[in-house]
Design a protein around this ligand. Structure first.
Ligand SMILES: [Zn+2]
Length: 389
């Protein structure tokens, strides 16, 4: 019986099976056992924290097994990364983007005459919603009126029920509500505001439409020669109109890393000056050319808060069309603890105890990020994990 077999039998009383998954479970159990530290009662920890100013944290103990990068993580969050949970808000799981029809103008024309298609109007990054925050769409019928408004038409794709969705950018209109049918009790609203109030499937659809229409409006001219570009491939490409250039431009999304830095029962949260009063969230930043995602995580945390990190682990990603990003979520463990905010991107940052967050009153003095964001997802997962360094 080898070491893994012996530990498995010792911990579970069951026969060890030599499979990769079982070895993984055994290793996790092994790490779980050796990484557990004796814990003080939780109420004592909270009391100790509340006696300190906000942002205070206990200094991490050094030279322990958990400080060794090879043993540092954290079975519970690690488990969360392996058991893929529900997708993040705005992700379009189960949506068929119909790439195979993008070069078929006859098919697209037939869809526009079909009762099985729906058009989503987008006006200057905003979506039409009812006063109950339900997104408004229109039939794809050419006689329905919306297409008569012209504008940039973009094929989004087909939902699991087989309904084909298209976006129509009508940003050229000054007062679009007055030109739409059934305009009572509906208005154009920003997804930043209504996102948390709508269901995730409609949220994904609106996010997709917002990102695509934004890209079209900001790529009207060729980056190579400056000539006007034209939409093609059902709205999924723009071609330079200069015969001597004809450069193809594809929809872009800008990668950004977002990370929860933890140290035992504390995590690092910061505040940007532009955020709503009291909001605290994870740190984030754009990936720069020439660096890996892990490089970007380490750099951003160092630049914004002066903290060094180790054990960088990927969690999940989220489309974030505000205006055109994909957020790549990570966990990382703090390798240093003295915070030095840059004073530019962050106005403040601090170490917050898990129980303080779990019991947060969520008021204007302190609250966590919006519930449709990956930052909330990272914090929520960590808050309810069993992680201890
Ligand atoms: Zn060009």
């Amino acid at each position: 019986m080898d070491l893994c077999s012996g530990l498995f039998y010792l911990l579970t009383g069951e026969q060890y099976e030599s499979s990769r998954s079982t070895r993984r479970i055994t290793f996790d159990l092994f790490i779980l056992v050796i990484s557990r530290q004796p814990q003080k009662p939780r109420d004592e920890q909270v009391l100790r924290h509340l006696q300190k100013p906000v942002g205070y944290r206990q200094r991490a103990s050094k030279n322990t097994l958990s400080d060794n990068p090879g043993f540092a993580f954290v079975p519970d969050i690690g488990h969360a990364t392996k058991v893929m949970k529900k997708p993040n808000f705005y992700s379009s799981q189960g949506f068929d983007r119909l790439d195979r029809y993008r070069d078929d103008p006859a098919w697209l024309e037939s869809i526009l005459s079909s009762e099985n298609s729906r058009l989503l109007p987008v006006w200057r990054n905003q979506h039409l919603v009812t006063h109950q925050h339900r997104p408004v769409s229109f039939p794809g019928n050419r006689d329905g009126g919306l297409l008569a408004l012209s504008g940039e038409l973009i094929l989004l794709g087909s939902d699991p029920e087989g309904v084909i969705w298209l976006a129509l950018d009508i940003s050229h209109l000054e007062q679009p509500e007055k030109m739409l049918p059934g305009r009572e009790a509906q208005s154009f609203r920003d997804l930043r505001i209504v996102g948390p109030l709508i269901d995730r499937h409609r949220g994904a659809l609106l996010a997709h439409a917002r990102a695509m229409t934004y890209w079209h409006r900001h790529h009207r001219f060729c980056g190579d020669c400056g000539s006007p570009t034209e939409s093609t491939r059902a709205g999924h490409m723009r071609i330079c109109g200069n015969p001597a250039c004809q450069r193809a431009h594809h929809p872009r999304t800008d990668p950004a890393v977002i990370m929860l830095i933890h140290d035992g029962d504390y995590c690092l949260l910061g505040r940007q000056p532009s955020w709503p009063p009291g909001m605290h969230s994870t740190l984030a930043g754009f990936v720069e050319p020439g660096e890996s995602l892990e490089d970007a995580v380490a750099r951003e945390v160092s630049e914004e808060a002066g903290i060094r990190v180790t054990d960088i682990r990927y969690h999940s990603s989220q489309p974030w069309p505000f205006p055109s990003s994909i957020m790549l979520g990570f966990y990382a463990r703090a390798a240093s603890t003295d915070i030095q905010v840059d004073g530019v991107e962050l106005e403040s940052a601090g170490w917050f105890h898990r129980d303080q967050l779990l019991n947060s009153p969520e008021n204007e003095q302190f609250h966590l990020p919006r519930r449709d964001s990956i930052s909330w997802r990272l914090i929520e997962t960590w808050m309810h994990s069993e992680q201890r360094n």
